[in-house]
Write a protein that binds this ligand. Structure first.
Ligand SMILES: Cc1cc2nc3c(=O)[nH]c(=O)nc-3n(C[C@H](O)[C@H](O)[C@H](O)COP(=O)(O)O)c2cc1C
Length: 192
């Protein structure tokens, strides 16, 4: 089983990095898995330019680092994506990555319309991790919707999320009473 872990914060070793590490640790303790980590902050990627190339060809015309991520997103049986809250959404870096998955969405539609097989339902699962500084009741509404539709676009079943409020300083999650343990547990359950 291939697990792809996507780190969406520009802050190295920040809260969502630590949450993702714990999630991955839980997964590795549970099953024999192949692991690929994608640190979006290390990729040189541009935003989708809506050129329409993928509508016709099912691939993205932009030849940047996103090209190395596409095969992993297509092959993975498990994908976890993490992002901090930025202005009630995901980080700009993570949003660029998500927008560029449009090429895989268009390929899915193209495969369907041309009668080619797409991943069987339930075969691929996705999970979302998020951290934000404030307490707002609706703090995670927008990023959770984005994560849901990201997974839907790439033909992955959304299985859930772990979102933690009141985490601001780098490493604040280390002082949270249960967050990292919850991430570990969910990571294990995710590959079971
Ligand atoms: C540009 C920017 C925008 C942010 N916007 C919000 C916000 O709208 N709401 C919130 O609760 N926290 C916001 N935060 C705080 C981060 O979500 C918080 O510090 C989070 O724990 C960072 O996670 P990380 O360490 O994984 O990067 C923002 C931080 C930055 C740098």
């Amino acid at each position: 089983m291939l697990l792809v872990a996507i780190y969406g914060s520009p802050r190295k070793n920040g809260n969502t990095d630590l949450m993702t590490d714990s999630f991955v640790e839980g997964a590795l303790s549970e099953a024999k898995i192949e692991l690929e980590k994608i640190y979006i902050r290390d990729l040189a990627i541009s935003g989708c330019v809506a050129c329409g190339y993928c509508d016709k060809h099912g691939v993205c015309a932009q030849k940047d680092d996103m090209q190395s991520a596409y095969p992993l997103l297509e092959k993975a049986e498990r994908i976890v994506i993490a992002s901090p809250i930025y202005f009630y959404g995901i980080s700009g870096q993570a949003k660029l990555f998500v927008d560029r998955s449009q090429a895989l969405f268009m390929r899915k539609l193209k495969n369907r319309s041309e009668g080619r097989p797409v991943a069987s339902p339930g075969a691929r699962k996705g999970f979302f991790l998020c951290a934000g500084a404030t307490k707002g009741k609706r703090l995670f509404d927008c990023p959770v919707l984005t994560a849901r539709y990201f997974f839907d676009a790439i033909d992955v079943d959304y299985t859930g999320e772990l979102c933690f409020r009141e985490l601001d300083e780098k490493g604040a999650v280390l002082s949270h009473p249960s967050a990292l343990e919850e991430c570990r547990k969910q990571g294990a359950a995710f590959v079971r």
